[in-house]
Design a protein around this ligand. Sequence first.
Ligand SMILES: [Zn+2]
Ligand SMILES: [Zn+2]
Length: 158
Amino acid sequence: MTNGRDMIPQKQIDRRIQEFVEACRAQGIKTTNQRMEILQELARSEQHPDAESLFLGVRKRLPSLSLDTVYRTLRLFEERGIITRVGSIKERARFDANTKRHHHFICTQCGLISDFYSETLDRLKPPSEVEAVGTTDTVYIELRGICNACQAQKRAQS
Ligand SMILES: [Zn+2]
Ligand SMILES: [Zn+2]
């Protein structure tokens, strides 16, 4: 499992941005300066940020940007399948720039959402019981628990 607080290599950020641009083109979405700044801010983060923290980051470069624009832009990208929204313990929606197949570990204490990769989980077939509910196109696993940093903090306190 990768530590969600690690820095992402520039090459990977560039690849993510390139994929976003291609996806926008394929979908006929204009890659305006504002939209690109928001996507770049998201691509740079491994933290699955919410709209407000993206807004605070982008506003440093685009002071005229409004939080409402960030919400609308994220919603557009999400509707077109360019980014994904992540279920979170705290009710605020968080967004994911990682377009590679992955799963999440969520810390119920600090809200950390960390990506991890598992071929075993990728191979999981949806159980037949789910057919009564609908047709599955992706199996995505969300694990919840206490992250190592929170555990270390707890140990230090006791
Ligand atoms: Zn934690
Ligand atoms: Zn993720």
